[in-house]
Design a protein around this ligand. Sequence first.
Ligand code: ZN
Length: 243
Amino acid sequence: MRVLVVSDIHANYTAFEAVLEDAGKVDAVWCLGDVVGYGPDPNACVELLSEQPNLVCVPGNHDIAAMGKMPTESFNGDARTSLLWQQRVLSASSMDFLHTLSQIEEPHESVTLAHGSPRDPIWEYMLNTLTARLNFAEFETDFCFVGHTHVQSMFVLDAEKDRISLEIPHVGLPITLNGRAIINPGSVGQPRDRDPRAAYAIFTPETRSLEPQRVEYDIESVQARIREAGLPEKHALRLSEGW
Ligand code: ZN
């Protein structure tokens, strides 16, 4: 089974389309949340996502706030401006889709999905090995895919040495995962690891093979739509910087 793993699409339709095309034919799509927020195309992204084969998706903090289920005061000024805009433009069918999502999913016997972390799916940022260590105790499967930090990376647990290492995988180089790992495929619509290309991963559970990928997309057209919609300039600029 060839699975496309995506996260933090953030209403960036052009990036999402480029990822789907680059990934080619897949048997399933797993999405780690923040489908909306920041970008100019929330409804188009929800629609395209919901058409994907064997889709399993968990919600992110932006999705939950856009549904009105979290006070927008929890977000900083620019993110809040964008969220209020998303709330205004989200269609009834987009809202319905977001409402169906559960915070934790197990789409395969070896895989857990959560937006932030398994112990705090909505808010926790998996940024260091201490946070990773605390979270390895919070899920039963070998692998947990998370998003939220917008950084393509993974935490690998060496059970024998009881050591956890943070690894930045090489783009386009498939690796076979031994032991347990917490894996972030990176962000489709707003990368923050100084590489502006859209990020995703291809995962094959049967062979435990992971292939981190990046793909270029037409950033300028997305920036133009952000400006047209009157969304914060910062959210346009950061796309070309990859932060
Ligand atoms: Zn996000």
